[in-house]
Write a protein that binds this ligand. Structure first.
Ligand SMILES: [Fe+2]
Ligand SMILES: [Fe+2]
Length: 300
């Protein structure tokens, strides 16, 4: 970490402590086992899985599996943050707590899928092995980039989990994904709070980081087998697509940080701010182009 960035993180250490205390006070404790209909469970040995047992649509099942495998890859997300900060710093302590919370998301989604038989258990385990064996390297190692990325990423997972639960047309799935999405929202509040605090000290560094990170934004699930196919299913089910990314993630974070009203930026950062503010509109334009292409392919 270069020394300027080091100073910036040191300057917001107190904010990180405050955000963590707020998080611990506000996030309700919940238990995955309370959300599962255990009485629906049957032996896979006596009664092997068959697709006819599924109760939710193939698109939503694919989205649930994509969300779960993305959550399963947690060791690499932990590493990408923990390896960049001292173990005994506020962010070091936060990262361990956050990891424990994130781990529960995979537990509850997997329990649901197994009990409800809404996925092939063999394919799921094979894909989990493939995903974690492949790993994931975060492109972001600079502390400002890390929190600019995690803010948008947590908001994106909130939207994706919530939409998956809503589109499932299944009360259990709805309740589970609502609970997980609420956790992601608490994480979003924490990370965006760090960026807000850093902006008080160096708005130019933050704006320049936002442009760089959001221009190259990828969900960490891209390493999941058949990612493209699964993401297409999620888009078709209106769970997550480019328009949602523009309107529900990028535009809200820019509004949150009042990018259009920032003052005292360096000339370079001011130029980047213009490009950043244009980004949601450009993404929507790209989304519209894709939507028109999809409609013409269907011959509608
Ligand atoms: Fe999560
Ligand atoms: Fe999260």
């Amino acid at each position: 970490m270069d020394s300027e960035r080091h100073e910036l993180i040191a300057a917001v250490e107190g904010d990180i402590e405050r955000l963590m205390a707020d998080h611990i006070e506000k996030r309700p404790t919940w238990y995955a086992h309370d959300l599962i209909n255990w009485e629906d469970g049957r032996s896979f040995v006596d009664e092997p899985w068959d697709e006819s047992q599924c109760t939710i649509s193939p698109e939503v099942r694919e989205a649930l599996v994509l969300n779960l495998l993305t959550e399963d890859n947690l060791p690499y997300y932990h590493f990408s943050i923990a390896s960049q900060f001292p173990k005994d710093s506020a962010i070091g302590r936060w990262t361990r707590r956050w990891t424990a919370e994130e781990n529960q998301h995979a537990i509850v989604i997997r329990d649901y899928l197994m009990i409800s038989r809404n996925c092939d258990p063999v394919a799921l385990e094979d894909d989990r092995m493939a995903t974690i064996s492949k790993g994931w390297d975060s492109p972001w190692t600079d502390p400002v980039d890390i929190f600019v990325y995690t803010s948008a990423q947590e908001l994106a997972t909130r939207v994706s989990h919530r939409n998956t639960g809503m589109k499932a047309d299944d009360e259990r799935a709805y309740e589970i994904m609502k609970r997980v999405a609420a956790d992601e929202n608490y994480h979003y509040i924490f990370y965006k709070g760090i960026v807000t605090a850093m902006m008080q000290h160096d708005p130019s560094a933050c704006v320049q980081s936002m442009l760089k990170v959001y221009k190259n934004f990828d969900m960490p699930g891209t390493v999941v087998p058949k990612f493209r196919r699964r993401a297409t299913y999620a888009a078709r089910a209106e769970i997550y697509d480019l328009r949602i990314h523009a309107e529900k993630i990028i535009a809200p974070v820019l509004r949150e940080w009042k990018i259009d009203k920032l003052e005292g930026l360096t000339p370079e950062a001011d130029k980047d701010r213009e490009a950043l503010l244009a980004m949601p509109g450009e993404l929507v334009e790209r989304a519209e182009k894709l939507e028109r292409r999809a409609v013409s392919k269907l011959g509608v």
